[in-house]
Write a protein that binds this ligand. Structure first.
Ligand code: GUN
Length: 291
């Protein structure tokens, strides 16, 4: 039987574990806080940020909601980041990506104090992750590690294929999978848009992480029997329903689930885990800063 990996349930258990740490911090007079900064009027970004705010409120993290006009000068964003860096009551800072074209996104990531960079995107934190000494693991790859663990799948010695090489998911995911640590020790291949025979790679893999942003690009015929399949895709596609569009992953769920040993649904798989690990990093940031 194929196991459908329930991201909502695993995320809830992460939040339950965090409640203890949050209670402990409260005893010391500390309430973790996360500042989210949105400089965009993209509805998807607005939704993501408001979900992150709600998640914080639910577990007792203070959420500071900052919105900057997407037409504003880039300096307004840099000044905001400077203020948040200097504010001792702010433990975590998240600037929702993408920022407008006139803002240099790499400079934005460098401007955030690495101790408050709960996304794990600052070059110092990226370097530490690659060196096997992560301060904050990026939320989506970390959440995927937890999901794989929850399926009872040991990554050690397995063949893992990551499809996609983004800075947010593909690259950090591959780094975690090769690390000499629990959730790592996998023989890891990174595939991308220039990979010549993707099916040959995925078809050999014990673990497939689909994070290319291409709707339903991986189907059951491209998978090995019993593989663990993690779908990071969130693609809105036109549906022949009157609702207009529907959400699909990078994996063709119906055919893949006939072959996979375990598989994540979209929605309800990786997404809730990403949000839970942001809370985890924020609590970790508060502990580090008050430790
Ligand atoms: N945009 C899409 N995913 C993310 C994320 O994980 N963090 C931030 N800051 N922006 C994003």
């Amino acid at each position: 039987m194929t196991e459908i990996l329930d991201g909502n349930a695993v995320a809830q258990s992460v939040r339950d574990d965090l409640a203890t740490a949050i209670d402990q911090l409260a005893d010391e007079g500390v309430q973790p806080s996360l500042a989210t900064v949105l400089m965009s009027d993209d509805p998807a970004s607005e939704t993501y940020v408001s979900m992150k705010q709600d998640d914080c409120a639910e577990v007792g993290i203070e959420a500071i909601d900052i919105e900057i006009d997407p037409e504003a000068d880039a300096d307004e964003l840099y000044d905001t980041i400077d203020d948040l860096n200097a504010d001792g009551n702010v433990n975590g800072i998240l600037v929702q990506m993408p920022v407008p074209d006139h803002v240099d996104d790499r400079a934005v990531l460098r401007a955030i104090d690495p101790e408050k960079d709960v996304d794990g995107f600052h070059p110092e934190n990226v370097g530490r992750l690659v060196a096997g000494d992560a301060r904050y693991k990026p939320c989506t790859p970390h959440g995927i590690q937890k999901l794989i663990e929850s399926a009872g799948v040991d990554t050690e010695g397995k063949d893992a294929v990551v499809v996609g090489r983004s800075d947010i998911v593909g690259k950090p995911m591959a780094n975690l999978l090769v690390q000499k640590a629990p959730g790592g020790n996998a023989t890891t291949t990174v595939c991308h848009s220039r990979t010549e025979d993707l099916a040959a790679k995925t078809g050999e893999a014990d673990i497939v992480i689909a994070a290319a942003g291409v709707p339903e690009m991986i189907d059951g015929e491209m998978l090995k029997e019993g593989a663990t399949v993690i779908d990071v895709g969130i693609n809105r596609v036109d549906a022949d329903t009157e609702n207009g569009s529907e959400l699909v992953g990078d994996v063709d769920f119906e055919s893949a689930k006939e072959v996979a040993g375990a598989i994540t649904p979209v929605p309800g798989g990786v997404g809730p885990m990403t949000r839970a690990m942001l809370l985890y990093n924020t609590v970790k940031a508060a502990s580090r800063q008050h430790g």
